[in-house]
Design a protein around this ligand. Structure first.
Ligand code: EPU
Length: 339
């Protein structure tokens, strides 16, 4: 395997910003990935496993360790029952191609997560989700290299610490595991309503009443194409902020001033509030801040229009977070990982 030095990270990240990686290499097998991580640990060098670079931003000072591009491939059916099919997919596989394969097989469970950029191995890290599905709903287990124990492990769904756009891989165990493959159980039964509002609206408008994984995939591709900028054309990382989770009393209080505030009851005296709505109400939708454009079709997305550094992004982020905090007393959080 080749190790390259001083590689500009912006060439590998869809936000097209940030400094260089001190070292960069590619792993195509589990053993290769383990060896890279083992050597890095011996030399006290941090490692960071990079998938498609569509949910990561890099600081201007760059990354002082080794960035490992995960290219471990593979797609196999490991179990086929009357009701379900279990697939095991290499972490370096493209996520959307995997969704397309599952949909071609007529399987349901990940079709609403169509057209999300990135790799399969990155999906559990942030518990990828869209249009009513998240990977934690179908993930049975994953294989990983545990750099702390220097061994391969199988982690069950309940080991992964999944929460909204979160897992232990970006939380308290960040930097420990290299994900090698992901095992998902998908269903043969057709998807049934209720569907996510935007999907149902698409079905109604197109007179679609035969609900198949393919119909959902096509609806989601069309909805996303309309609302989310293509990172190949306009540098971005999808949602730049997480939706906000607040206490029910806080929501009740906010409703006195903003009776139309949208919210989703989480059932534990907390509610999720769409951050896109908060940013829009703060008057920032469509604004250009330090070269970063708050997307005019979805205020949750920041597009790098003319920013030249991470510092520009950080200045735009601070302005948005500050305005939302001043107006709503809600502290919003960044979604992409940062290296
Ligand atoms: N909204 C606004 N203004 C905006 C954007 C949104 O008022 O500028 C309101 C909408 O009207 C709606 C609510 O916010 O009432 C939710 O909006 P939407 O359904 O479009 O989804 P989102 O909360 O903006 C989340 C995910 C997306 C995912 C969509 C669809 C997060 C951080 N984002 O966005 O995921 O595709 O739901 O399920 O949870 C990503 O993570 O990169 C991503 C794109």
């Amino acid at each position: 395997m080749d190790v390259h030095t001083n590689i500009p990270l912006k060439n590998y990240l869809t936000m097209k910003l940030g400094g260089s990686a001190r070292f960069m290499t590619t792993a195509t097998t589990a053993d290769e990935l383990a060896e890279i991580c083992r050597n890095a640990r011996k030399q006290n060098l941090p490692f960071f496993i990079l998938g498609g670079g569509s949910n990561v931003v890099a600081r201007d000072e760059g990354y002082g360790g080794i960035v490992v591009r995960n290219r471990i491939l593979g797609f196999e059916v490991v179990q086929d029952t009357a009701a379900s099919v279990t697939i095991k997919v290499g972490a370096g596989e493209n996520w959307d191609e995997t969704v397309a394969k599952a949909v071609d097989m007529g399987l349901s469970g990940i079709e609403a997560m169509s057209a999300i950029p990135g790799t399969v191995g990155a999906a559990p890290v942030q518990n990828v989700g869209a249009y009513g599905q998240e990977i934690a709903d179908t993930l049975v287990s994953l294989e990983a290299y545990d750099s702390l124990e220097d061994r391969f492990v199988t982690l069950e769904n309940s080991d992964c610490g999944f929460a909204y756009r979160h897992s232990m891989f970006r939380g308290d165990q960040a930097g420990r595991y290299g994900i090698l493959s992901v095992t998902l159980t998908l269903y043969k039964a057709a998807p049934t309503p209720p569907f996510y509002e935007a999907v149902q609206k698409y079905f109604d408008e197109h007179n679609i009443t035969l609900y198949t994984p393919l119909a959902i995939r096509e609806a989601v591709i069309a909805i996303r194409a309309d609302k989310l900028p293509d990172p190949k054309l306009l540098p971005n990382t999808g949602s730049f902020f997480k939706n906000a989770i607040i206490e029910q009393w806080q929501l009740d209080d906010l409703k006195k001033t903003w009776p139309d505030i949208p919210s989703y009851d989480l059932g534990d005296k907390r509610a999720k509030v769409p951050t896109g709505w908060l940013i829009e109400k703060a008057g920032l939708k469509g604004q250009l801040l330090h070269g970063m454009r708050v997307h005019d079709k979805n205020a949750l997305v920041l597009i790098n229009e003319s920013a030249t550094s991470y510092a520009d992004l950080a200045a735009a982020r601070a302005e948005i977070i500050g305005k939302v905090r001043d107006m709503f007393r809600i502290q919003i959080e960044q979604e992409p990982l940062e290296i």
